[in-house]
Design a protein around this ligand. Structure first.
Ligand code: SF4
Length: 191
């Protein structure tokens, strides 16, 4: 039997961070003094394994702190629903961000770890997708047209592998995930 996916996920996260740091150093990208905060970006997440790992971190918080976070998450979910109904992209602060910092840094999701540097990935059908990174990375692009990019393909493949193993361990085959982090908090751990 393969090792628990929730034990393997932190190793994948560590590899993501190492590869991100390597590309960021090569292109000279840093988050220092950035006027933007990525934690207001609207992202949906797609794996039960990341959702469960997020909840491992949440469940270890003091009860009152968790209550406050869940209440912020509920507010986020309601406001986001309203904004989407008005054809607006939600741009609210993540319920886990306090004073500009992530309070569950070790449990943050993949996209929180990879957003920023220019990246590329190849789909199973061979089609390659290319992304230019955050606005700062795009500015650097003007001066370094041949700069290195983070290839996410292998990282995604490993995450899919973990997700398949995690879903197999669930008592019932779950529905597909397409949730914001606030929704993951609001709904409770995956069942
Ligand atoms: S989980 Fe943490 S890093 Fe990710 S968006 Fe929320 S506050 Fe930011």
């Amino acid at each position: 039997m393969s090792e628990d996916p929730l034990l393997r996920l932190p190793r994948l996260y560590a590899d993501m961070e190492d590869q991100y740091a390597d590309i960021a150093a090569q292109i000279g990208l840093t988050c220092a003094e950035c006027p933007d905060n990525c934690c207001t970006s609207y992202f949906q997440h797609h794996t039960h394994v990341e959702w469960a790992y997020l909840w491992l971190g949440l469940a270890a918080l003091p009860k009152e702190q968790l209550r406050v976070i869940r209440s912020r998450a509920e507010e986020y979910v309601n406001q986001a629903r309203q904004m989407l109904a008005e054809q607006r992209v939600p741009d609210m602060m993540c319920p886990l961000n306090e004073d500009g910092r992530c309070i569950l840094y070790a449990h943050r999701l993949m996209i929180c770890r990879l957003h920023g540097v220019p990246n590329v990935f190849t789909l199973p059908n061979g089609v390659t997708k290319d992304f230019s990174g955050c606005f700062r990375a795009q500015k650097l692009d003007a001066t370094q047209p041949d700069r290195p990019k983070l290839d996410r393909s292998e990282l995604y493949r490993r995450l899919v592998e973990l997700e398949v193993d995690f879903v197999r361990s669930m008592p019932k085959k779950p529905a597909r995930v397409r949730l914001t982090l606030a929704e993951m908090i609001h709904q409770g751990p995956p069942i």
